[in-house]
Design a protein around this ligand. Structure first.
Ligand code: EPU
Length: 422
């Protein structure tokens, strides 16, 4: 069965779109429930493929879960396995988060080494080095990272780069590690801050969350809690750009945390797009008729997020002049450019920079999603293109966007899912 999206573009969009809970906050939150056995209620976990994949792994480990009306209930009381099956882990790189959670909770783990990835090499050496520095013995056997240790001991770990999931893994392991774990050059993304706050609520002693250095004093035990997931800033950014794509659009995006989106919002302003606050955390997107070209350089938070650059590329095809996007995190994050060019965009990639000439008229064509964000960017391109765009490989998009079709149809987009027997 092949799923594809068929979009008829250039329809003015009008109405409200509500942002879901953040996928990248939910994934570590689900893993963190392993740190203290018991029942957790996580509000606003999005029902997306990556979350279901993570939950399948949790079930395999012995956890029980159920989606209730407005929360996800996870019971980790009976967790009795420590190895993550390859078939599930290979579907999702975030499965590496089980390393920190299992090592922290049980001092042992078997986690498949993540394989290749569409957006770049994405090694996990910082994760392995950091966990080893805490005193764990890590061996690679048949593609699995096998961790055995009697006791972990806190120490100072300096990350070569402020990696999001490496920081999260070390925070989870550090909370139940004797002594003080210090993480230097830590990631400061809102999802890392969210996990830090969740761990604190569970009883962990952590200082410096959201700063360069995180200090963790290990505890013997943590406790289960209830918590609400923060809004997805990347999904919010996606819909803010959507609102700006056509001059006639009148879109309000709800459940936006503006503080998490400071840099992208400043960039929108430079382009000629402003956000009018209509209610608490709800913004109407307003654009000038002619929009400006800009320069974007992706960087760790609070810099411009790599996950949002594909959407800005689509928007900048409509700006008058030449724009530049430099991608500093992942080496393969411009694959969507070739698909956009098939739709009539004029984008050249030189080394790490995409050079976008605008404005260009986008024309509907068959295109292929190459990763989650690239795929969602093609949906946006399809919505501002003439005629019909067909998007293939949409399972990748569904890894991270909850109710995408419903949300877009809700503001008047003409988008349909087609399932072909093949
Ligand atoms: N890196 C290493 N070694 C490591 C870890 C990272 O060299 O051991 C490098 C990476 O190759 C990359 C840079 O460090 O060049 C930063 O990567 P980071 O580790 O921060 O990325 P991540 O933790 O694997 C998370 C998000 C990504 C998001 C990036 C950057 C989750 C589950 N994933 O990945 O989200 O792009 O941070 O912000 O939180 C997405 O949602 O579509 C997505 C890809």
């Amino acid at each position: 069965m092949e799923r594809k999206y068929v979009i008829r573009g250039k329809k003015p969009l009008k109405g409200e779109i509500e942002v879901s809970g953040a996928k990248n906050a939910s994934l570590p939150a689900i893993c963190a429930t392993l740190l203290a056995p018991g029942v957790y209620k996580l509000k606003k976990v999005p029902k997306v493929r990556d979350v279901f994949c993570m939950l399948k792994i949790m079930k395999y480990l012995g956890a029980i879960y159920e989606f209730k009306k407005d929360y996800l209930k996870i019971d980790t009381t009976k967790v009795n396995k420590f190895s993550v099956p390859y078939e599930l882990a290979s579907q999702m790189r975030a499965s590496i988060l089980f390393l920190g959670a299992l090592v922290g909770a049980f001092k042992k783990a078997e986690v498949p080494l993540p394989g290749g990835c569409a957006i770049g090499k994405r090694p996990v050496d910082f994760h392995i080095k950091g966990i080893s520095q805490l005193g764990a013995n890590i061996n690679l056997e048949r593609g699995n990272l096998i961790v055995k240790t009697k006791k972990l001991k806190g120490t100072e770990i300096i990350l070569d780069f402020p990696s999001v999931t490496a920081t999260e893994n070390l925070m989870m392991a550090g909370c139940l590690t004797e002594g003080e774990t210090v993480i230097k050059n830590a990631a400061k993304e809102p999802e890392v801050v969210f996990l830090g706050n969740m761990l604190k609520k569970m009883g962990a002693e952590i200082k410096g969350i959201g700063e360069d250095t995180i200090y963790i004093k290990g505890k013997k035990k943590l406790k289960p809690i209830n918590i609400e997931i923060i809004p997805d800033r990347i999904e919010a950014g996606t819909y803010l750009v959507l609102g700006a794509l056509l001059e006639e659009n009148e879109v309000i995006v709800k459940n936006v945390n503006k503080i998490h989106l400071k840099t992208p919002i400043l960039k929108l302003q430079e382009i000629g797009i402003t956000l009018e606050e209509v209610d608490k955390n709800a913004f109407r997107v307003k654009r000038k008729k002619i929009i400006n070209p800009i320069k974007i350089i992706t960087a760790p938070y609070p810099g411009f997020p790599t996950d949002l650059q594909p959407f800005f590329a689509v928007l900048l095809t409509q700006a008058k002049g030449v724009s530049f996007i430099t991608e500093n995190l992942f080496e393969n994050r411009f694959l969507y450019v070739f698909e956009l060019n098939r739709m009539g965009a004029e984008i050249k990639v030189e080394d790490r920079t995409a050079i976008i000439k605008g404005p260009t008229l986008l024309m509907g064509s068959p295109v292929k999603a190459t990763d989650l964000r690239a795929g969602a960017a093609l949906v946006l391109a399809g919505l501002c293109a003439e005629n019909t765009t067909t998007i293939y490989n949409v399972e990748l998009i569904e890894r991270g966007y909850e109710n995408l079709i419903e949300k877009l149809s809700g503001v008047g987009a003409d988008i349909k899912v087609i399932e072909d027997e093949s």
